[in-house]
Design a protein around this ligand. Structure first.
Ligand SMILES: [Zn+2]
Length: 345
């Protein structure tokens, strides 16, 4: 045993047979630089435990793991430090993973049905194509997680889960980096694919009454649909219009207030600097008329039309008309989006 090496799992799994300890070195989080330290598997060559079986290095070990598939049902590994563990394609249904640390773990295609994984740390883990139906992940850390193609049910508990900023999945970054489509273990991952995962997550959150998170997943779903549509296609154009004019696909009504403010300011500038403003018998134009421009802009936007100030000429009249139409449209849009969110939430 090397001097000065700190093993994390020493107490969890003592080494009664004296076969030595797993030398896997943690790369993430508070355990960075420390070694795994679980007892090694007897028949396995190399210096890794079962969990860090390094299938790339050890072909035979992989075959052995496949053979063990059924044996991992109902596994109990609460609080264990299993960073980077290779659990792909395994049957972990009904396992207890509460508060387990599994950052960077490979759980691709893993059967996780009915898993109790409350407050487990899955940061940067790969859970693509895994089966999470009926599992309990309350309070789990899923930041930077890959989740495309994973199966959910309304019984999957995702309350209080820690997601990446904006509830974005790492899969979306992957598609972005690798082009519109890339292969992951013989499986194509596309924006459409990721959108489907967001849709499943949204439905799960709706069933649990978590409308705020559901709205974030819907926004991401629509973003994937937009980014997945071909450039210069009609679909992409309309999804762009839906995003930018309808307050983030209707999920972010506050964006519409930004459009309202922008419209009022732009029209105020047009009135004051371009066409000029007429008040009784005098016409003013330029920066000095900016205050009057703002007033005229607000009065036009809200379709009040007081008549004390007027935009000069037919161009001015056309501008007033256009702003009144824009104003009526944006205000109706804001009310619809806001009411839709308010009723749902
Ligand atoms: Zn290990």
């Amino acid at each position: 045993m090397g001097e000065g090496i700190e093993y994390v799992n020493e107490r969890l799994n003592p080494d009664p047979d004296g076969l030595g300890r797993c030398e896997y070195e943690f790369q993430m989080g508070e355990m960075r630089g420390k070694r795994c330290g679980l007892a090694k598997d007897v028949e396995q060559p190399g210096a890794r435990c079962f969990w860090h079986g390094g299938k790339r290095e050890f072909g035979p070990a992989r075959d052995k793991r496949e053979g063990l598939k059924k044996d991992l049902q109902g596994l109990l590994v609460q609080n264990a430090y299993l960073e980077g563990a290779s659990l792909d394609f395994m049957d972990l249904s009904g396992a207890s993973l509460q508060s387990a640390k599994l950052p960077g773990a490979d759980l691709y295609g893993t059967d996780l049905r009915g898993v109790r994984g409350g407050y487990a740390k899955f940061g940067e883990a790969n859970l693509r194509s895994s089966d999470l139906r009926g599992s309990d992940l309350q309070g789990a850390d899923l930041r930077g997680i890959r989740l495309a193609g994973a199966k959910f049910s309304s019984a999957t508990n995702l309350d209080d889960v820690v997601w990446s900023r904006g509830s974005q999945l790492r899969d979306e970054d992957d598609v972005e980096k690798c082009g519109e489509e890339f292969m992951w273990r013989e499986e194509a991952v596309t924006y459409v694919h990721v959108a489907g995962t967001y849709l499943a997550l949204k439905n799960n959150r709706l069933d649990s009454g978590d409308y705020e998170r559901a709205a974030e997943f819907r926004y991401r779903e629509m973003e994937c649909r937009r980014k997945g549509a071909k450039w210069f296609s009609v679909e992409r154009f309309w999804l762009g219009v839906y995003k930018w004019l309808c307050g983030g696909y209707g999920e972010k009504p506050v964006w519409i207030l930004g459009l309202v403010a922008g419209t009022i300011v732009v029209w105020a500038l047009l009135f004051a600097l371009v066409v000029g403003i007429r008040e009784e018998h005098t016409t003013c134009r330029g920066l000095a008329a900016l205050g009057k421009g703002l007033y005229l802009s607000v009065v036009s936007f809200t379709t009040l039309g007081m008549g004390d100030l007027r935009a000069v000429g037919w161009v001015g009249q056309a501008l007033v008309g256009a702003e009144a139409l824009t104003g009526a449209f944006l205000m109706a849009l804001f009310v619809v989006c806001f009411a839709r969110k308010a009723i749902r939430g």
